[in-house]
Design a protein around this ligand. Sequence first.
Ligand code: BES
Ligand code: MN
Ligand code: ZN
Length: 497
Amino acid sequence: MDIKVEKGRAEKYPCELLLIFSFESPEKLEGPIQNVDLEWGGFISTLMRQGDFKGELFQCRLFHTHGAIPAQRVLLAGLGKRGEFDLEKWRGASSRAGQFIRDSGVKQFVFQMRKLNGHLERELTESFVIGLLLGLYQFNEFKTLDRDKIKEIEELILLGETGGEILSISDGLRTGKIISEALCMARDLVNGPSNEITPTVLAEKAKQIAREHNMEVQVFEVAQAEAMGMGAFVAVAKGSQEPGKFITLEYNKDKGLDTIALVGKGITFDSGGISIKPSEKMERMKDDMSGAAAVLATMQVASKLQIPLHLVGIIPATENLPSGKAYKPGDILKTLSGQTVEVISTDAEGRLILSDALNYSLRYQPKGIIDLATLTGACVIALGDYVIGLFGNEEFLLKRIEEASEKAGEKLWRLPLWDEYLEYLKSDVADFRNVGTRAAGAIIGAIFLSKFVGKIPWVHLDIAGPASIEKDRPYIPRGGTGIGVRLLVQLLRDWKS
Ligand code: BES
Ligand code: MN
Ligand code: ZN
């Protein structure tokens, strides 16, 4: 969809469809909706008075204007109660309106952006565009039948009345598009099947992002990782015919800026390995690289928005498969940190590849390390699929993440890293076991990771629940969600040293 910003007023603008939002049962109409109502001979106020359109949240009603105003159609869309309005509802409302317009087969629409409830045009436009583009996301790459039935909106024109409004709207549009496009790229990677999205493809994607956005990229082959001492990453990678890749991306290198390391779990398919998973829902395990996808997308956004930070993206990418070369329960691995791990389950592979990736990130002397991983089924049991599990070793970084979460509308909940649970990770034959108890599984996974970050402020985001979902949400269609991107982008945009 092509999105343009133009000077103009809703009631004067000829178009296929004019989108108008209203709060629920407003005392009086104000701004663009009032202007359209006047031009339209009181049509909207009559509807509302008679109760035909109340403005309930996500309510949509389409009308033909029969030439009463220059727009051929008007879509009235509800925002719910004024007192309950926030940017999260706004993203949802724009998404629902966009889906309604697309599904009606309309190709072009217009919307006049105006301050709402104290929110300025810039932030409203950014959230509007994000809600719209994320809500309209479709993954159709592999559908060959009935392609002519796939509907898409071709053009959106955002109207502003004054020069100042136009500048703010253009600015919000630019940011909203950058974030949405990167996030949809992450969704494509997550939704893409593991026979297409291999570690090699993730490495190619990293190289492409580096090329297009002026970043440094380095891809280590498994043999190089082995020579460097990444015994845990290598053990997991060995079981697969598909070559593993250890990927690093660096943005704003050598500029004397604060360094943040972003580490993403990149298991392109998790069968469990020799400790093989039950086959039910195993197809979902193509999403086990959602952390990696979020890191790639965030790096792209950071560069496009020119965020003044030195960012290092680290992605250990491999499949986890059983084979004659696969690592086995009972194996003892020597990690990059020098610490040894006894393998109890080859299905606890995420923490293994991350132990080397986290330890590797210390070489950059980061001010903070953030990892994103579909780490544990236990986190899904604990928090469900709406909420990221949050862990960390430093209060200040945890607080920053919680603030970013609030703003971005990506929910998370803090879980403890209490030492009592470390007991379960003690091994008779090595420094640690890779599995503790089933109880407190998400916490024990996080405690394992904590042993590989030294004393650097670190946060672990267990995204196993929200990485992909089974039911549509207002601006997140079912499937891969791209969770973590908006959270990280918000954190990095607000970062102050
Ligand atoms: N990728 C899985 C975690 C997962 C499970 C994500 C379900 C999304 C949905 C991870 O590698 C895994 O298999 N974890 C094990 C750990 C256990 C063996 C300690 C788990 O959660 O069962
Ligand atoms: Mn696993
Ligand atoms: Zn996994």
